[in-house]
Design a protein around this ligand. Structure first.
Ligand SMILES: Cc1cc2nc3c(=O)[nH]c(=O)nc-3n(C[C@H](O)[C@H](O)[C@H](O)COP(=O)(O)OP(=O)(O)OC[C@H]3O[C@@H](n4cnc5c(N)ncnc54)[C@H](O)[C@@H]3O)c2cc1C
Length: 597
């Protein structure tokens, strides 16, 4: 009988984090790396992946999507919420919205306050954010200039984007040069994972360029079904996997690194007997390593769309008609331009919905069309919308296996809207968004609010609408959080990415966040992978770099230190929260706020 092949590292999941890790670890020719990816390859000719505007198509298709849905959500009238997850090389980065948000520096300061997490503060994370990116809008103290992730800034040249950026100022909020730079708070054009009209996924940026390395093996349609362990479960020695469900294979490893994302990573650990004994026993799995944090602490961003009809032909809606599709396809294919070449999330911003939160808790994405993620649209032809929702809600959920069958999805429950603070923020945020959309700059365009509509006014009506209408922004995370071994709920050692109490097993994906960050989470996932690669390979970590970054309430200049625009700005007056903006004070004049770069 042939023996199982041995690899120094087996990476489970060739998704976002897995692609970056595979690249960095296989850079050492003396180590062998196997990547197992359950989905197909991200073929070059697959326009549904590579054409940025095609992003609604893979969602909900079993060719690209794991198609999870939640258990009935108790605070949303028992609704099940659909959760797409990329099942293809590149993982969710091959089907996501391509919006690139690092999160606020204070997100990482919050991480670093957790026991054992001191080396994950902003100063330690920043060099890795910079290492991974080529920011085409310009590299500087905060932004990188030579990394694999090439970031194009949204042009936001359509008139309706101009109205949006004017309206936010009329509502009292500042613009900012770069939400990923010195000051996140404010509104700006957004960076995207789009380059030369194509999606630049993690697989395209990190994996394909190194596929030829003789020490790197990438297997697609290969789903890990179980971890091979020592008898007591405390040492992982390899992986069982299937190719196309029928063909069973296994491989042994020096280290297994779980990169299957916030649902599959806890599932595989639980199937191996690592987790909360009560959860495991209920699913018919013998507990072997007690780690109650596995599958706990689940966090996400829930969002709604405030949609307006437009009286003017300003949106991209007509382009969605069938008769225009050949032209969009041809323009994209031959010229890499036109409607197909953008994700259309070209601008947005960050505010604080009240005066108590330490940093922005509300993100806006502005879209020049009224449309849902699944592509469904209201009857009116032209429209526009903002996507909003709490960015660091205190709602917590779980991912629990209910069966010992690896092909059965785990039970996922987020408990959206379950806390008083979350519900309060929802009310504040809907009102803040409406305030912006009702500013004079939109007067030439607005044909009235389509959703939620005039009937939704009171706090309770807003909450009822959110409960019945909200969708996920698709950022599940935190289900195997990093933290000190003394923290009962910590799963992963922040210094090594190893699983507490288990040797030969590490985790590197969205699961390891202790707290969700205050924006889309792809960029922080990639930062974690970059930093984890150095920790795992034993490289000297990049030195921490202390740089200034804006914090309200601390007398900080509005623009980077030394910027002449600071002279026109009274440093004692911070940008208002939504509460402050509604009261009309302090109002910022547009000329104080400057123009985005
Ligand atoms: C539709 C959608 C839109 C989004 N939009 C944005 C956005 O615009 N901006 C943003 O920042 N974030 C966005 N996100 C979120 C972001 O893309 C993800 O949070 C991030 O990519 C997750 O990275 P990951 O490495 O944790 O997991 P993934 O990238 O999902 O990778 C996990 C990989 O593991 C594979 N896998 C899982 N289980 C197994 C197994 N047992 N065996 C083998 N392989 C396995 C999966 O197929 C997948 O390829 C979006 C997500 C989705 C789904």
């Amino acid at each position: 009988m042939p023996t199982d092949p041995f690899y120094d590292y087996i990476i489970v999941g060739g998704g976002s984090a897995g692609s970056a890790l595979a690249n960095r670890l296989s850079a050492d020719p003396s180590v062998s790396v196997l990547v197992l990816e359950a989905g197909r390859s991200d073929f070059r000719f697959d326009a549904f992946i590579h054409m940025p505007a095609a992003l609604p198509f893979p969602i909900g298709s079993k060719l690209y999507d794991w198609k999870y849905e939640t258990e009935p959500e108790p605070f949303m009238s028992g609704r099940r919420v659909e959760h797409a997850r990329g099942k293809v090389l590149g993982g969710s980065s091959s089907i996501n919205g391509m919006i690139f948000q690092r999160g606020n520096p204070l997100d990482f300061q919050r991480w670093a306050r957790e026991p054992g997490m001191q080396d994950w503060d902003y100063a330690h994370c920043l060099p890795y954010f910079k290492r991974m990116e080529t920011c085409l809008a310009g590299s500087d103290t905060w932004r990188g200039g030579s990394g694999p992730l090439v970031l194009e800034r949204g042009p936001a040249t359509r008139a309706i984007f101009g109205a949006f950026l004017e309206a936010v100022q009329e509502a009292g909020y500042p613009l900012t040069d770069d939400v990923n730079g010195y000051r996140q708070e404010g509104f700006a054009k957004f960076d995207r994972n789009v380059h030369r009209g194509r999606r630049l996924s993690a697989a395209r940026a990190y994996l394909h360029p190194v596929m030829g390395r003789s020490n790197l093996t990438v297997r697609t349609l290969a789903q890990a079904t179980g971890l091979r362990t020592s008898d007591d479960g405390t040492r992982v020695t390899g992986v069982d996997y299937t190719i196309g469900r029928r063909v069973r294979r296994s491989a042994t490893a020096g280290e297994v690194i779980l990169c299957g994302g916030a649902f599959n990573t806890p599932q595989l650990m639980q199937l191996a007997g690592i987790g909360d004994p009560a959860v495991l026993q209920a699913a018919g799995v013998t507990p072997r390593v007690e780690l109650p944090g596995v599958g706990a602490n689940l966090q996400d961003h829930l969002e709604v769309y405030i949609q307006h009809a437009s009286t003017q032909p300003i949106s991209i809606a007509p382009w969605l008609r069938h008769r225009h599709k050949p032209r969009i396809g041809a323009e994209w294919l031959f010229l890499r331009s036109g409607v197909g070449a953008s994700n259309h999330f070209e601008a947005g911003g960050f505010i604080r919905s009240n005066d108590e939160v330490p940093y922005p808790n509300q993100m806006f994405h502005f879209l020049p069309i009224a449309i849902r993620y699944d592509g469904s649209r209201p009857a009116s032809e032209h429209g526009y919308q903002v996507h909003i929702g709490p960015m660091y809600s205190d709602c917590r959920g779980t991912v629990h296996i209910t069966s010992d069958d690896p092909f059965v999805h785990p039970a996922v429950q987020f408990n959206y809207l379950s806390t008083e603070a979350d519900r309060r923020e929802w009310i504040e945020m809907v009102r803040a968004a409406r305030n912006i959309l009702e500013q004079p700059a939109f007067a030439p365009f607005s044909g009235g609010e389509i959703s939620p509509g005039a009937a939704v006014q009171s706090d309770q009506e807003i909450l009822d609408w959110v409960a019945s209408d909200a969708e996920t922004a698709l950022h599940p995370s935190c289900t195997a959080k990093m933290g000190d071994a003394g923290d009962d709920m910590a799963v992963v050692d922040p210094a090594t990415m190893g699983v507490h109490g288990v040797s030969g097993l590490r985790v590197v994906d969205a699961s390891v966040f202790p707290y969700i960050t205050n924006g889309n989470i792809y960029a922080p996932v990639m930062m974690v992978a970059e930093r984890a690669a150095d920790l795992i390979a034993g490289n000297t970590p990049l030195p921490a770099t202390e740089v200034p970054y804006y914090r309200h309430g601390e007398g900080m200049p509005l623009w980077p230190p030394g910027d002449p625009r600071n002279e026109a700005w009274d440093a004692t007056t911070d940008p208002p929260s939504a509460a402050g903006a509604r009261e009309g004070l302090p109002q910022m004049r547009p000329e104080d706020a400057g123009e985005p770069a």
